[in-house]
Design a protein. Structure first.
Length: 250
């Protein structure tokens, strides 16, 4: 197993306000549940080496092999939780930026919560709300070998190691991710998604593809400043989709 992300390794590297307090465990059912304590302040981060009940959206599972992934949850307390679902895209951009900086490979975002490289899913994001808090769960596949990745995933999975053939330093990646998350969260607090739309557009893997989201089918277009996905139907009309499961191929 790679060196664990213990506080003595990670805390000295932290530069910003995210990651304080830093709550690490060797194993946990889900890092999402570590942050339920109402007294925790914004910026609290829970990290574990292994989740025994890691979760994705709508009751799905998030798999890991112990000591090979980044498994973290970040507690945010935005002043207005109405726009909180947009934080999924804010986190996805931060993850994509880190993955790209670390691997040199283009990382793209699949609305609303996946990060893909070459069509393979390297990271997923799960937002959960508790009263005035938003818990942003982020799973990044880092050092898994091909055999350690889930085989039956909805989208083929990859890790930074399977993509590059190199081991990555998880502590450095975690610290970089927290820095990028902080910078983008601050941008979002000041001006919403608008300043990030050009980058979202560039990284939007669905753009131009035929997709189905719930009842709606159409050609996926831009992501709006409210975080919606634009769908253009066969008759030329458009729908702005707020949330939902995307199936490609219509
Ligand atoms: C997600 O859900 O992609 C959100 C994943 C969030 C995980 C983090 S880890 C830290 C925090 N604590 C938690 O308990 N969760 C968060 P969704 O879009 O529903 O994708 C789930 C689907 O991705 C599964 O049904 C599988 O098909 C696939 N999958 C599972 N594990 C995977 C992995 N390690 N890599 C790629 N795909 C995976």
């Amino acid at each position: 197993m790679a060196e664990p992300l213990t506080p003595d390794r990670v805390e000295p590297l932290l530069r910003g306000r995210l990651g304080r307090p830093y709550l690490w465990s060797e194993a946990s059912p889900s890092t999402q549940d570590v942050l339920r304590d109402a007294d925790l302040t914004e910026g609290a981060v829970a990290v574990t080496e292994h989740q025994t009940a890691g979760r994705g959206r709508v009751g799905r599972r998030w798999e890991d092999a112990p000591g090979t992934a980044l498994l973290l949850s970040l507690l945010l307390r935005p002043p207005d939780t109405a726009g909180a679902p947009q934080l999924s895209l804010v986190c996805a951009l931060a993850v994509a930026e880190c993955v790209e900086a670390t691997t040199g490979l283009e990382a793209r975002v699949r609305w609303p919560n996946d990060v893909l490289v070459g069509g393979r899913k390297v990271a997923g994001i799960l937002l959960e709300g508790h009263e005035d808090a938003v818990v942003c769960g982020i799973g990044v596949n880092v050092s898994q070998t091909e055999a350690a990745l889930p085989r039956d995933a909805r989208t083929p999975a990859a890790s930074l190691r399977t993509l590059t053939g190199r081991e990555q330093d998880r502590a450095a990646l975690l610290v970089l991710l927290l820095e990028r998350l902080e910078s983008r969260y601050d941008t979002w607090l000041a001006g919403g998604l608008a300043p990030m739309l050009p980058e979202l557009d560039r990284r939007n893997v669905l753009r131009g593809r035929e997709v189905r989201v719930g009842e709606n089918t159409g050609s996926a277009g831009a992501i709006t400043e409210r975080g919606q996905l634009t769908l253009t139907h066969a008759d030329g009309t458009t729908t702005l989709v707020v949330s939902g499961e995307v199936t490609e191929g219509g």
